[in-house]
Ligand binder design. Sequence first.
Ligand code: NAP
Ligand code: MG
Length: 489
Amino acid sequence: MGQAKTKINFDSDWSYDPAPQATDFIKLQERYGLYIDGKFKPSENGRSFHTINPATEEKLAEVSEASEKDVNRAVRSAKEAYEKVWSKISPKERGKYVYRIARLIQERAREFAVIETMDGGKPIRESRDIDIPLAAAHFFYYAGWADKLDYAFPGRKTKPLGVAGQIIPWNFPLLMAAWKIAPAIATGNTVVLKPAETTPLTALKLAEVIQEADLPPGVVNIITGAGETGSHLVNHPKVNKIAFTGSTEVGKIIQKSLAGTGKSYTLELGGKAANIIFEDAAIDQAVEGIINGIFFNQGHVCCAGSRLFVQESIADELLRKLQDRMATLIVGDPLDKNSDIGAINSKDQLEKIKFFEKIGVKEGGSIYQPDCTLPKKGFWYPPTLFTDVSQSHRVVQEEIFGPVLAIQTFRTVDEVIQKANNTPYGLSGGVWTEKGSKYFKVTKAIRAGVIWANTFNKFDPASPFGGYKESGVGREGGISGLSAYVELV
Ligand code: NAP
Ligand code: MG
């Protein structure tokens, strides 16, 4: 019998076949309670809201809305757990619990990644390879510090602050929860955490993990709700520390209400980072870095490289290469493993991005968007460039928090330093050059918390992260992240 021959058509195009991530193993409850004192409980007034998948607009689950009374219950539980259990337990024991949480996240990593993508719209490739492994890494890292605080602060003794109220945004939901919870509990504090309204599900899954890890009830409480719930938490008199990540606008409101209360706080706020490409940079690598800098997570990244500065002599070549590369980006189903750019997190955020697009055009900017067919349902926005813009344009000055890049050119090192610093923000930056002396000079002169050289958007639990100016107060990550949760005595 002759063997059937497979005919290969070498003329066909080399487009990707769909590579969908399975979702049939995901078990979501129809309705989630608030995680208080080690148990899931409904809100006292029965109020709830729902969270949707922004790629399909389908409802995923109903989530409880915590009222002021619920916030009081959660803080009471955290306070009791702090006084009776967590401040008494040995640091080594504390560390064991934190390790256990880290391992359970790792074991359930794919489940977390799929839910993160469904609830927030980010590509599965990113939630699988970045968000979830980094969240586990933060728990592992701070678990290691729990019984070594004497080495972190030689010659000093540390004392936990007490109850930490923690409020996080929707762009890296589980990762931000890990940034907040891991250092807090490893250093002996207890926690009440409020995730963002549009992405509560991985925080609630984390509550399940925390329950499974047998953490003493009340050490971590997770309460869902809107901004109002967050503000009750900020203003609660028994909360000793507020850790907030979110917009500069809300950060300012929080800072005002904390003034004079004696509460400690860290604020991780917005950004408008300069990504600077010198003429001696490796251009193809720089193009990849620019793409990663602004299109990673649909540009919903506080440290996104949203202001690009290109040295004039290479501007034409770089722009051509950048546009060619943008045309290859796959925008679509976040659960498809090929997708580079997923859905915009919410309708509100999509409207905000479109608002800035209009302003950019109205103010005289030239816009470029590659041809791409966007899905009909859900919230979508193509990768976008603005050229012919200058320092005074709003798309250059204001945080858009979407896949929109504003490009300017420069001639000299001093000129680009001045332009890069001409912003109210100071969170991050990038410098691309083959000369070590140049990136040392430039990174020193730019006022930003993190500056990458010949790379962008690289994160590690051991390195501190945080801003200057309107990008915030305090640092998270590394040893600096420990000092934000202890008093040195
Ligand atoms: P946001 O509107 O400031 O919200 C952040 C969190 O605060 C959410 O949980 C929100 O609840 C809550 N909230 C809103 N109003 C509040 C109030 N008056 N009091 C207390 N809590 C309140 O920010 P977002 O739009 O979610 O996130 C995007 C922003 O976060 C961007 O500006 C981005 O740059 C920044 N960000 C910064 C970092 C960093 O490390 N520096 C990291 C990630 C994001 P709701 O969800 O219900 O509104
Ligand atoms: Mg959602």
